[in-house]
Ligand binder design. Structure first.
Ligand code: ADP
Length: 485
């Protein structure tokens, strides 16, 4: 079975969040299971600057984009034994950021999708059975495949699976623009085609025209069928319920391993975690110019600063929380208002709060290693990787029971001491505070329960092994169905 992943992000080449992590770690896991998997993504400026010498130029061609004819370069690279292709075009991808401006991004990814379809097969010397598409940036591909290729006798056996990593971002644009960029015949410009309430919608199109749709946790697969989480697409998903499946994301267990991580001050495992974490904590306190005390509970957040992540809940109770005997560190970037509020919080609480406003993957791992508790009070969370990374480092998560957080964190049970973290149900700031205080109570007064929670969290299996197998099953189902069709 041959699968081509199509994505706007892949770690370590270009990443803004969890999508990049998934595309960086799932395809290698599929390869290990014997499913030949390759990846194609845009050649952003940062990739060209860093990796061009390791890339092989495959070919160039002109891609039709409405009335335009655009240069499209195809490069390939061997990345740890896996082939990764890059689509090159300086006008579209020669920018400092991965995403530039909403309207321009529509055009950039319209080009990308057309260029990918032009590259499949002979040009890339790879004829996949399946395209694994990810989020709105790739949602038009199954339709383009049908309208411009299959209807003309090309790629007739090529099938599509579409994965929703975050249903909030759908790729909406004007009718004229999309008709122009994608040369779509009128028959597709309807509510049963690309339109959602009169507006072309990339994600909706991906859902409608793919053989199967997956999302990144079983709970999120249920949630997006509801008004609250469905972002307007719940009706369409409900009608296509048979297509939808939630498969939990995994993390790279080698990269995130406190036993071997060279980036942290002291390595540790499930046996000596107490000593190891204490040393990492004191090193962090030193680095952040906080009082050095290995007993003081350290709470951290590592997050995009966006409304999704429940930053409002944290800000609402932060003043009260900082009255406690704790140290709180927040590492994040994102919306200006949140950055401003966090900086303000730090200046009002210099003794025990630090706001580190940047994206720093090395510091993130040092924080997971140093801290006792990790806050993730998300309003919605398709899967969430940060809570799994935190658990791997023995930093117990406090999460809201939504999406993948619900599927991965089992709340502490005070009667039998079981669990691997703490959780609360409602989008309510004082429920968050109450849960933090409960956790602090366990940290201070029930040390043996704390130890067993930590050992359980650190011993969890967050690998891709099980999920890679589930994806392969879905691939096989698609190919079986279509072979019989
Ligand atoms: P999302 O994809 O919604 O941002 P996830 O929890 O799935 O959330 O993935 C977030 C990933 O990005 C985690 O690996 C987390 O450690 C990392 N991360 C988020 N913000 C930062 C930051 N400011 N610095 C370093 N790493 C970060």
């Amino acid at each position: 079975m041959k699968v081509l992943f199509v994505s706007s992000e892949m770690a370590p080449f270009a990443q803004t969040g969890g999508l990049g992590d998934v595309v960086g770690s799932l395809p290698p896991a599929l390869n290990k299971e014997g499913c030949e998997t390759r990846v194609i993504m845009p050649m952003y400026k940062q990739i060209k600057e860093k990796y061009i010498d390791e890339c092989e130029f495959v070919r160039w061609s002109m891609v039709k984009l409405g009335w335009r004819s655009m240069y499209s370069g195809l490069f390939k690279m061997d990345y740890n034994g896996m082939t990764v292709y890059f689509i090159d075009n300086e006008f579209y991808f020669g920018h400092d950021a991965i995403y530039v401006d909403y309207d321009f991004d529509i055009e950039r990814f319209a080009f990308f999708q057309r260029a990918v379809l032009e590259a499949i097969g002979k040009p890339m010397e790879f004829e996949p059975d399946l395209l694994h598409l990810n989020d709105w940036q790739t949602g038009m591909i199954p339709l383009l495949l049908e309208a411009h290729y299959k209807n003309h006798g090309y790629h007739e056996n090529l099938q599509c699976i579409f994965t929703i990593h975050n249903i909030r971002h759908q790729g909406l644009t004007g009718r004229d623009k999309i008709a122009d960029l994608l040369d779509l015949p009128d028959q597709y410009m309807s509510e049963s085609g690309v339109l959602k309430d009169g507006t072309p919608n990339f994600m909706k199109t991906g859902i409608m025209y793919s053989n199967r749709v997956t999302t990144v946790s079983p709970t999120y697969a249920d949630e997006i069928l509801s008004d609250y989480y469905g972002e307007g697409l719940n009706g369409i998903l409900g009608a296509q319920r048979w297509k939808l499946k939630g498969i939990l994301n995994g993390i790279d267990m080698e990269k995130f391993n406190p036993k071997t991580d060279k980036g942290i001050e002291f390595n540790y495992n499930r046996v000596n975690w107490k000593k190891g974490k204490a040393k990492n904590k004191v090193a962090m306190q030193k680095e952040m110019a906080l009082k050095q005390d290995k007993e003081k509970p350290m709470i951290c957040m590592v997050t995009r600063l966006s409304e999704q992540k429940g930053i409002d809940l944290f800000l609402r109770i932060a003043g009260e929380l900082l009255q406690e005997d704790v140290q709180v560190l927040v590492l994040g970037t994102g919306e200006g208002g949140y950055e401003y509020s966090l900086r303000g919080l730090e200046s009002a609480h210099r003794d025990n709060m630090r706001a580190i406003i940047k994206f720093d993957a090395d510091l993130a791992r040092k924080l997971y290693a140093a801290s006792d508790l990790f806050l993730m009070p998300s309003k919605f969370e398709p899967c969430g990787l940060a809570q799994m990374i935190a658990m791997r480092y023995g930093c117990l998560p406090i999460v809201r029971e939504t999406g993948g957080l619900k599927d991965t964190v089992e709340a502490y049970n005070k009667f039998d001491g079981s669990g691997n973290g703490f959780s609360f149900a409602n989008i309510n700031a004082h429920e968050l505070l109450f849960t933090i205080k409960t956790a602090l109570g366990v940290y201070k007064n029930c040390r043996s329960d704390w130890a067993s929670l930590t050992r359980t969290a650190m011993g969890g299996d967050y690998s891709w092994n099980k999920s890679a197998g589930e994806y392969i099953k879905v691939y096989e189902e698609i190919l079986k169905e279509t072979a019989n069709a």
